[in-house]
Design a protein around this ligand. Structure first.
Ligand code: ADP
Ligand code: MG
Length: 698
């Protein structure tokens, strides 16, 4: 095909378009736009109905957006001196009536407006002082342009915005015919999906039906990203993602896993090593894990359980089974503090059974680190607990049988994969407290089987949670003193270590002195991420044995401090934390049998939304309920703590809005795998939806 017959093609560089030179192309590339297809995938933020011409002899409601056509008379430029603001104003005459028009800070307009020429003006009608109506900041278009239509409004790109961007993307529309549809016809029909090239055209230049009601409905659908064309893109993106996960899963199951034999190892009954009896929920999940270990394919299981549900004990029993089978076990935690806590917890259980845990974290002295790595390579170290230091290339295992990943939400998929590459198809156990609603969990962890510990160990005291203004701090600290006098221990958590630069968050350094002054005779310790390992060890040990009674800390304590005597958690500037994070922090208390408290300190002048969020925490101790509320208020990106799943991850799909599509595309991917079409559909989709990047981003 010649360039003349096909002036633009999806794969062409943007420089092929009129008005784009090398420099503009560079600016676009910074926003990730290099090709015509990239521009076609730049979706409008909203749509404006400029298809109806309003008349000035008919009433126009205040606040409505209207398209008018006429001449602008008596154009003046004024300068409001105090604010260095230029105002252009005039009177619009559409042949039926008159209406004042005003533009702010668009001084150059006065030159363009010519009393003898007609223009289209599109803008909002507002009430000026005195109740007079005027048209404010309307966009101007020449008569003769294709104006009376639905107009897409795009997010800015490079140095393009508004009409220029619209024109640029308009030039690309012919290229939609070159967008090959990655979905088989039958699949499209089965799900009632429009074709890809039609969808892209519709998205940039909607063709709306003439009937008023239908038209309104469809315009609304476009504005909510719910038109059939939008749904098609969301479907494709989620399907692309599901295909990658299905592919991963297929590969994993093909590998063949290390088969454990209950009868042979006799280790499946290690419960006697625990200082308590497992709950029914823990036992059920453990049974699911054991079945995986015996299945002969590599386990990949996500254990979800609320804060304090006792995931560690379940993991310990699974680890013991694998250790007894003669294989190595690695446990990975997101922070050194949590890794240390796990090593301590496992010592009396697995250590007693003959498997002492070695710690492998980056702050280890070079010599110690080397010794652990050597032990892992020659198999003398059987059990290792560590942080991301575990999946560095230098770490080799003799025979890794099980990788346990704790607090999964802090890790990306890529990190998890790196750990799995350490052995020939080791079993994988992932644990998370972040209670993601099931459908979400299925997407984000789509290649994992799911187990749920839905019961807390007996005898737990619910943590009573209250919201207090900072002015109550003195009273709160009086309460802390009385708790401590009765043998309780207290956390006070601050959002930042120092600095008040952003929004007046209470910082640990700033408040430390005051806290100490308010707690005379009480032994106070400080814990944050800038301490080195010895300092950290010293503080946590002293808090554990009670020689420190109050721990002033940052969110490093969010996971990884398990002190049963801790009964009060005070959180300063609580509005600064996510709900799931607050719930996780609160989980540090109420672990023993003391009645426990969580006190949220937050400014009186909270926004309604912020107040509503904090009230959710006060009124619920159910992690699922809290996560659901968090999801509604903040969106999924914040919730999973892995930003790549948020708005920056999926471009067209919305994990909340498109819940339904998530399970549909999972099922589709599965059946594509069965019919052998998975690979071709996946490659086809990848051209438009490079979801592999989402997975790599972890
Ligand atoms: P999480 O699920 O948040 O990781 P942990 O594994 O840290 O929870 O357990 C929380 C606390 O509950 C620990 O102190 C642990 O010893 C205790 N625990 C766990 N299982 C039980 C049980 N079945 N009975 C009593 N206490 C338990
Ligand atoms: Mg835990």
């Amino acid at each position: 095909m010649t360039a003349d017959a096909d002036p633009v093609w999806p794969g062409h560089p943007v420089t092929r378009l009129k008005g784009i030179g090398p420099r503009t192309a560079e600016a676009l590339a910074e926003d990730g736009v290099r090709t015509v297809l990239d521009l076609l995938l730049h979706l409008p933020r909203r749509y404006e109905d400029r298809s109806r011409l309003a008349r000035l002899d008919e009433p126009i409601p205040v606040e409505s957006w209207v398209l008018l056509r006429g001449r602008v008379l008596k154009v003046r430029v004024r300068r409001v001196s105090r604010r260095r603001l230029h105002i252009v104003d005039g009177i619009l005459d559409d042949g039926n009536g008159l209406l004042p028009v005003v533009w702010f800070n668009q001084r150059w307009l006065s030159r363009r407006l010519d009393e003898d020429r007609e223009f289209y003006l599109y803008g909002q009608i507002r009430e000026a002082r005195g109740g007079r109506l005027q048209l404010v900041n309307p966009e101007i278009e020449e008569v003769g342009e294709d104006v009376e239509r639905i107009v897409p409004v795009y997010p800015r790109l490079g140095r393009f915005s508004g009409r220029r961007l619209r024109r640029l993307i308009g030039q690309c529309l012919v290229a939609t015919t070159g967008c090959e549809d990655p979905l088989p016809e039958a699949l499209r029909r089965a799900h009632g999906l429009p074709g890809l090239s039609d969808s892209l055209r519709e998205i940039h230049a909607p063709s709306l039906p003439a009937g008023d009601d239908e038209r309104e409905d469809l315009l609304l659908a476009f504005n909510r990203g719910r038109s059939p064309a939008h749904m098609r893109l969301a479907f494709d993106e989620l399907l692309a993602f599901s295909c990658v996960l299905a592919e991963n899963r297929r590969r994993r199951l093909q590998q063949g896993g290390l088969r454990l034999d209950r009868a042979a190892t006799g280790a499946f009954g290690g419960e006697g090593l625990l200082p308590f009896k497992l709950t029914a929920a823990q036992r059920r999940v453990l049974e699911e894990i054991f079945e995986d270990l015996e299945a002969g394919t590599p386990m990949a299981r996500l254990v979800q359980g609320d804060v304090g549900a006792g995931k560690t004990a379940v993991a310990a029993m699974a680890m013991l089974a694998v250790l007894e089978a003669g294989l190595q076990v690695a446990m990975m935690a997101p922070t050194e503090l949590l890794a240390e806590q796990h090593a301590r917890t496992l010592a009396p259980i697995l250590g007693r059974a003959g498997y002492p845990a070695q710690l492998l974290v980056s702050s280890l002295a070079a010599r110690e680190g080397r010794a652990v790595r050597e032990g892992l390579a020659d198999g003398t170290v059987r059990l290792v607990v560590g942080t991301h230091a575990l999946f560095q290339e230098a770490v080799l295992f003799r025979q890794l049988g099980l990788a346990v990943v704790d607090e999964q939400h802090r890790f990306g998929v890529a990190q998890r994969r790196a750990l799995l590459e350490k052995g020939p198809a080791p079993h994988l156990l992932v644990m998370t407290a972040t209670p993601i609603p099931r459908s979400l969990a299925l997407t984000v962890y789509g290649d994992l089987d799911l187990s749920l510990i839905d019961e807390l160990p007996p005898g737990r005291q619910p943590v009573r949670t209250v919201l207090r203004p900072p002015s109550a701090r003195r009273k709160v600290f009086d309460f802390l003193r009385s708790e401590i006098a009765e043998g309780g221990r207290v956390f006070v958590v601050y959002p930042v270590i120092d600095g008040v630069e952003d929004g007046g968050a209470a910082s640990l350094n700033e408040f430390e002195e005051e806290a100490r002054a308010l707690l005379p005779g009480v032994s106070v310790g400080v814990l944050h991420g800038r301490l080195n390992r010895e300092e950290r060890d010293a503080v946590t040990t002293r808090f554990r044995d009670g020689s420190i009674q109050v721990l002033l800390a940052t969110t490093v304590v969010e996971v990884g401090v398990d002190v049963p005597e801790a009964s009060v958690m005070v959180i300063e500037s609580a509005q600064r934390f996510g709900l799931s994070q607050l719930h996780q922090l609160r989980g540090r208390v109420g672990r023993g049998d003391r009645p426990s408290w969580c006190i949220l300190l937050a400014n009186e002048r909270l926004s309604d939304e912020a107040r509503r969020r904090l009230e959710v925490i006060c009124n619920s101790t159910d992690g699922f309920e809290i996560a659901d509320a968090d999801l509604k208020i903040r969106g999924p990106g914040e919730l999973t703590g892995t930003r790549q799943w948020g708005p920056g991850g999926f471009r067209f799909a919305d994990l909340i809005r498109d819940r339904q599509l998530i399970s549909t595309t999972r099922a589709v991917a599965k059946s594509l795998a069965e019919t052998g079409e998975l690979e071709s559909v996946r490659t086809g989709l990848a051209r438009y939806h490079p979801v592999d990047e989402i997975l790599q981003a972890g």
